[in-house]
Write a protein that binds this ligand. Structure first.
Ligand SMILES: [Zn+2]
Length: 181
């Protein structure tokens, strides 16, 4: 059993305990001491932000993964919306929507977006094509969805490339700043 320690010793040990470098005896002594000493307990509690960065890290990770889920949903929704406009009067909007989706794709997938976006666009269009067939829409009309998917892929690729070049330029600028500093 650890001997009782004075407040001064306890205060000296608290930083060591917090940093996890105190011996087992010291840690036990501090824990024993702060059970009965409100002053040292307050000091100990104030000085134990050690797990905070980890928490912040976890939180940041959670926010990032939520943001990713949100962006993925936005991507899917945008794709469905854009494809649903096909052959309607508003389909010119896709010349804006698709590059924006390409930017989103780059944020989510980096350069993989260049092949993932066409895959997703064709898959979504193919689903629309099958749905159209089931609904009895003329197969020829539905098939044009697949042709448009090719064009949309090009638009999306343009967005991805623009985002990628921007990202590259910003990163280079940052590196240059760091070198200059
Ligand atoms: Zn004390």
């Amino acid at each position: 059993m650890a001997d009782r320690i004075s407040c001064d010793i306890c205060m000296d040990l608290i930083p060591l305990v917090r940093d996890g470098i105190a011996s087992e005896d010291s840690r036990a002594a501090v824990e024993e001491h702060i059970k009965d000493c409100a002053g040292c307990r307050a000091a100990f509690e104030e000085s134990s932000p050690a797990p905070e960065p980890e928490k912040a890290e976890v939180l940041l990770g959670k926010i990032r993964s939520r943001a990713r889920i949100g962006m993925s949903m936005l991507l899917m929704f945008g794709m469905l919306f854009g494809i649903s406009l096909t052959e309607g009067t508003d389909m010119f909007a896709n010349s804006i929507i698709m590059p924006l989706l390409g930017v989103l794709g780059y944020i989510l997938f980096r350069w993989r977006s260049l092949y993932l976006m066409p895959v997703l666009l064709f898959a979504t269009s193919a689903a629309g094509f099958l749905l159209g067939m089931l609904k009895g829409i003329d197969a020829g009309d539905s098939a044009s969805l697949l042709i448009w998917a090719g064009l949309y892929s090009l638009f999306a690729a343009a967005g991805s490339v623009a985002a990628g070049l921007m990202h590259f330029a910003l990163r280079k600028e940052k590196n240059d700043d760091e070198k200059a500093a």
